[in-house]
Write a protein that binds this ligand. Structure first.
Ligand SMILES: NC(=O)C1=CN([C@@H]2O[C@H](COP(=O)(O)OP(=O)(O)OC[C@H]3O[C@@H](n4cnc5c(N)ncnc54)[C@H](OP(=O)(O)O)[C@@H]3O)[C@@H](O)[C@H]2O)C=CC1
Ligand SMILES: C[C@H]1O[C@H](OP(=O)(O)OP(=O)(O)OC[C@H]2O[C@@H](n3cnc4c(=O)[nH]c(N)nc43)[C@H](O)[C@@H]2O)[C@@H](O)[C@@H](O)C1=O
Length: 334
């Protein structure tokens, strides 16, 4: 397991960092959403790179509450904020229960970004998602495709909230000259992912379904949709490296896509997962379940020009995520 991040309770701000880089060494960074897939990985990466990670549990700080969030940020006055707190879910959760995907995300973004500005936080990274791009965007999808066509209906409320977040960041840059930036990650996975079959994304769902099918000796497992949609998957530890790179080196108005530059069909993903978990039965498809967007491959030229390269190949990442989930499940039932 990767080491637990060093965390610090609220305390007065010692000084502004003020070296030549956009995220000076040892800077104090508030990671919003530190218990989630992305937030926990970013917190681990920052701590490993010598930054001081500040966190606050949701029970003590509901980020939808703008007053409390502003007070908290004024109290701790971090050097930077990573906004990785959000209402997140897979295709079924998004399409059947869209309200919190729109409302919670709008409220969290309003609270955290305006609160950070009010507290004089000089640097902020907002995490969007590749679903902000039009359903029929050119592939691979360049950042310039934003707002050039209709969205994918299965996650339109979530995507609109994220697009509002991008507009908010741009507005703070334009009106106040804030060094606030946006990253648009592709589909992510890794340790800490959500394995709940109704609310999760496809990769953890397939790990769990095919593991259970293998354990039960099932002859067939039925997965959602047609298996033909194409998706790009990035390990969350690679995403975390990209986030730290952007915080250190990037200060532009364009969102930056974060992906690995390669995609595969859901059927190909299922075959890889089946191989990892040892499932040898048949895989069937349920056309009553939605496919979602036909293809979502990000153009990662902008990020790669900054020097980023992913390090964790998909099969290896699936194997380590599977091992993490088996261990976490065993601990829960012990
Ligand atoms: N997962 C993916 O495939 C992708 C994710 N992203 C983006 O990355 C970001 C993080 O996603 P991910 O880590 O997967 O999501 P998770 O669901 O794993 O984590 C979300 C985090 O947000 C916290 N949170 C949610 N609502 C509140 C609230 N009202 N107050 C305080 N904290 C709250 C949760 O707290 P708690 O744990 O206490 O519930 C949790 O720690 C999101 O912005 C998402 O859009 C982008 C592309 C793909
Ligand atoms: C990251 C991104 O994630 C979401 O978009 P999505 O990529 O379409 O979501 P997904 O990972 O849940 O599904 C990908 C594909 O996989 C198929 N599929 C097969 N079998 C299972 C299955 O068992 N579970 C799930 N969830 N999907 C399955 C499924 O039918 C679909 O074709 C957005 O809502 C939004 O939140 C967002 O930004």
């Amino acid at each position: 397991m990767t080491p637990t991040p060093r965390t610090t309770p609220a305390h007065p701000h010692p000084s502004s960092a003020g070296s030549g880089t956009l995220l000076p060494s040892g800077a104090r960074v508030f990671v919003a959403g530190h218990r989630g897939l992305v937030g926990s990985a970013v917190a681990r990466r920052l701590a490993a790179d010598g930054y001081e990670v500040l966190t606050r549990d949701r029970t003590a700080l509901d980020l939808r509450d703008a007053d409390t969030t502003r007070r908290w940020l004024r109290r701790i006055r971090p050097d930077a904020v990573v906004l990785a707190a959000a209402k997140v879910g897979g295709i079924m959760a998004n399409s059947t229960r869209p309200v919190p995907f729109l409302e919670d995300n709008l409220r969290i973004q309003l609270s955290v970004v305006s609160g950070a500005h009010a507290a004089g936080v000089p640097r902020l990274l907002f995490l969007g998602s590749s679903c902000i791009y039009p359903r029929h965007a050119p592939q691979p999808i360049p950042e310039e495709a934003l707002l050039t066509g209709p969205l994918e209906p299965t996650n339109e409320p979530y995507a609109l909230a994220k697009i509002a977040g991008i507009a908010q960041i741009r507005a703070y840059r334009e009106q106040y000259g804030a060094s606030y930036i946006c990253a648009m990650p592709t589909n992510l996975y890794g340790p800490g992912d959500n394995f709940d079959l109704e609310t999760s994304h496809v990769l953890p769902a397939l790990v769990r379904r095919l593991h259970e099918a293998a354990r039960e000796g099932a002859e067939q497992v039925v997965l959602w949709g047609s298996g033909t949609p194409r998706r790009e998957f990035l390990h969350v530890d690679d995403l975390a490296r990209a986030c730290v790179l952007l915080l250190r080196d990037y200060d532009g108005p364009m969102p930056v896509n974060v992906g690995c530059g390669q995609d595969l069909t859901v059927a190909e993903l299922a075959a890889t997962v089946a191989d990892v978990v040892g499932y040898r039965g048949r895989i069937a498809w349920d056309p009553q379940r939605p496919d979602g967007t036909p293809r979502k491959l990000l153009d990662v030229s902008r990020l790669f020009a900054l020097g980023f390269r992913p390090r964790i190949p998909l099969r290896e990442g699936i194997a380590t995520t599977y091992a993490w989930w088996l261990e976490a499940s065993a601990q829960r039932t012990a």
